[in-house]
Design a protein around this ligand. Structure first.
Ligand code: PBG
Length: 328
């Protein structure tokens, strides 16, 4: 039989495979989430997230240095306060954990780009992502006001970008207006646009002490069965002025990432969340998988689906794989 088209021709050597490669990955597209706890002298491994640490503002630069040494210069900061209350008032404290950590990082590593997660769940005593109305659901509009205060306090402290993860309606527009009113027109907003009510956040909630004390997040995070709704969320965040839109989680939502990438002209971020990280680490430590290759393949798949930016607890490992030429 005469075969003219032979797909294997482009697989015969590493050189030609490199040339034919469709997805390129760069360290510059990686963002590393970090947890900063109020207090001092803290560097504690997070039990639910092997190899990830709680830092205090005075120690966070140790973690940042390791990251910078690996060639990653973008972080997403989460704060864990000492004091939690009904309305999450520690979130916008001028000397809160996130606010202080940014100061330390900017002093020691001015090249590091600091994105802050803007949400209430780490700060409220009930663990929901906003203030409650009638004690059962989250009051959208009151929460939006507090999110604006929180976002502003992060930016005043030196944050380069804010990332609201609460899933309240209208928060992107409200935060945009609040930032602009104080002259922060240059600070971008990365919206957690299609954020699903996912079980993959379990290890994070242990890490941040942010599991809801009653009920769940299904009245504000998205139903896992829905696809079109993700596009609707992305459309509305774009209309409200988001600069970057996000899909979260990543691995079980590659269909959403793909569709979102076709839909938007904005950069698209994907968040490979704590449960995705924990599953890989657990399977690897049980000797069931090749850890390095699974980390690489997972990252490649998320970019191949259409993500431009990857937020991942494996950022350092992925950077090493890129450095060694194993992916990229
Ligand atoms: C805050 C927030 C969560 C995550 C990021 N921002 C937790 C949640 O929504 O319950 C999850 C991140 C992860 O699992 O790695 N709302």
């Amino acid at each position: 039989m005469e075969i003219l088209s032979r797909a294997r021709r482009l697989r015969t050597s590493e050189a030609v495979r490199e040339l034919a490669r469709e997805t390129r990955i760069s360290k510059t597209s990686l963002v590393y989430p970090m947890f900063v706890r109020e207090g001092s002298g803290i560097k504690e491994e997070i039990p639910s997230l092997a190899n990830q640490y709680h830092y205090s503002p005075d120690t966070i630069c140790e973690g940042v240095k390791e990251l910078v040494d690996a060639g990653v210069t973008k972080i997403l900061l989460f704060g864990i306060p000492e004091h939690k209350d009904e309305i999450g008032s520690s979130a916008w404290q001028e000397d809160g954990a996130v606010q202080k950590a940014i100061g330390e990082i900017k002093k020691n590593f001015p090249q590091v780009y600091c994105i802050t997660d803007v949400c209430m769940c780490e700060y409220t005593s009930h663990g929901h992502c906003g203030v409650l109305c009638e004690c059962t659901t989250v009051d959208n509009d009151k929460t939006v006001e507090l999110l604006c205060k929180t976002a502003l306090s992060h930016v005043r402290a030196g944050a380069d970008m804010v990332a609201p993860s609460d899933m309240m309606d209208g928060r992107v527009l409200a935060i945009r207006r609040a930032l602009d009113a104080e002259g922060y027109t240059h600070i971008p907003i990365m919206a957690y646009s299609a954020k699903y009510a996912s079980a993959f956040y379990g290890p994070f909630r242990d890490a941040a002490g942010s599991a809801p004390s009653f009920g769940d997040r299904r009245s504000y995070q998205m139903d896992i069965h829905n696809r079109k709704e993700a596009l609707k969320e992305i459309d509305s965040d774009m209309a409200e002025g988001a600069d970057i839109v996000m899909v979260k989680p990543a691995l079980s939502y590659l269909d959403i990432i793909f569709q979102a990438s076709q839909r938007t002209n904005l950069p698209l971020a994907a968040y490979s969340v704590s449960g995705e990280y924990a599953m890989i680490e657990a399977a690897a430590s049980a000797g069931l998988i090749d850890r390095e290759r699974i980390i690489g393949e997972t990252a490649v798949s998320i970019f191949r689906a259409g993500a431009d930016i990857l937020i991942t607890y494996h950022a350092k490992e992925i950077a090493d794989l890129i450095e060694k030429g194993k992916i990229g």
